[in-house]
Design a protein around this ligand. Structure first.
Ligand code: BDP
Length: 335
């Protein structure tokens, strides 16, 4: 086979450069490149759903908007990413309502332990008027919540014994997400709360800086925490929603047509995430058990629930205006 002569190559390059230049100058609207934050690895349910969101937006806006998801928390820790999205330095992200609390107090209502009685109830309420109230409060702080993802139920796990009752937490250093409400929660159970970035938890468990943490099965699994903290006790104290959020500055810059496309893609992504979550959660449970983690059913959750009363009292003393939101969530589930 003969190689193409070098002068021919140069000519080809010139032609393609010209074609490229024409393409650029004749494109009426330049594509907007969006940067999206995600803490999880690419195979995690949320990550797959975020990728679907990105592809659907790029396809349906015909390339006017090109979202790119940065997985594994490479764009920074969650509290910083929330700030960056609020000020428009990042364009979108999948955020948990835990680290959202210090920015949007209304979202802290969702972090009151045991406020949701099941994942289904959480989804039902977040898809309705309660979710709209939360979204309105977030929008005032610069974040447009377009849909709600699930994150299962969070339970305690630690390095050297199962947690059967609050007394088993006595003196344990337990990592929590960055939110004072969780410090109160662990303190009320007799442990010592240590707020810390997610990325530091594995090493801190391994070296004994902390004794335990709390999370759902998929995170316990994908973070590898089960390798270093093998006792997972099903307290299920938090059922936290997560948002697919777009920066308000980014959102306001979109045409109505594109806003609709982006919103629809976010709702579709949430549907996919919830489905993948249910499957992934079971798979993660099986995987950690297979790897030797011990899952402990907590016989009397009521003890943990009762211990949370001071957390509710202190929160409502600080935010009396949020009492109606708390009551509405509770009442809606009693029916
Ligand atoms: C996971 C959440 C993620 C949090 C993480 C944590 O999906 O947003 O950053 O927990 O504990 O379940 O920090």
């Amino acid at each position: 086979m003969r190689l193409v002569s070098s002068s021919k190559t140069v000519q080809t390059l010139k032609i393609s450069a010209l074609a490229g230049a024409i393409a650029i100058f004749s494109t009426p609207v330049l594509a907007e490149q969006w940067r999206g934050w995600n803490v999880h690895p690419p195979e995690y349910p949320n990550s797959i759903a975020l990728e679907s969101f990105a592809s659907e937006v790029a396809e349906k806006t015909e390339g006017r908007v090109e979202p790119k998801v940065f997985h594994n928390g490479v764009l920074g820790a969650q509290p910083d990413a929330i700030e960056q999205t609020r000020n428009g330095a990042l364009n979108f992200g999948n955020f948990n309502m835990g680290p959202m609390g210090p920015v949007v107090p209304e979202t802290n209502v969702l972090s009151l332990p045991f406020i949701f009685t099941s994942e289904d109830e959480m989804y039902r309420l977040m898809d309705g008027e309660i979710g709209d109230r939360i979204a309105a409060a977030m929008e005032e702080k610069g974040l447009v919540a377009l849909s709600w993802f699930g994150s299962g139920a969070r339970s305690l796990y630690n390095t050297d014994h199962p947690i059967e009752t609050p007394a088993d937490l006595e003196g344990l250093k337990v990592r929590v997400m960055s939110n004072d409400l969780y410090v109160d929660m662990i303190d009320a159970l007799g442990g010592n709360a240590t707020p810390m970035a997610y990325s530091e938890v594995y090493q801190s468990l391994k070296t004994g800086v902390i004794d335990g943490a709390e999370n759902n099965y998929p995170s316990y699994d994908s973070s590898g925490h089960y390798e270093v903290a093998g006792y997972y006790s099903r307290t299920e104290h938090l059922i936290l929603p997560e948002c697919l959020c777009v920066a308000k500055a980014t959102w306001d810059g979109l045409s109505e047509e594109d806003q609709q496309i982006v919103r629809e893609a976010a709702v579709n992504a949430a549907q996919e995430q919830r489905q993948l979550w249910a499957e992934g959660s079971q798979a993660s449970h099986d995987a950690v058990v297979e790897a030797g983690a011990e899952i402990n059913e907590v016989a009397d959750k009521a003890e943990f629930q009762q211990a949370m009363q001071p957390v509710y009292d202190d929160f409502l003393a600080e935010y009396p205006d949020l009492a109606s939101l708390v009551e509405d969530i509770q009442a809606a589930q009693a029916n």
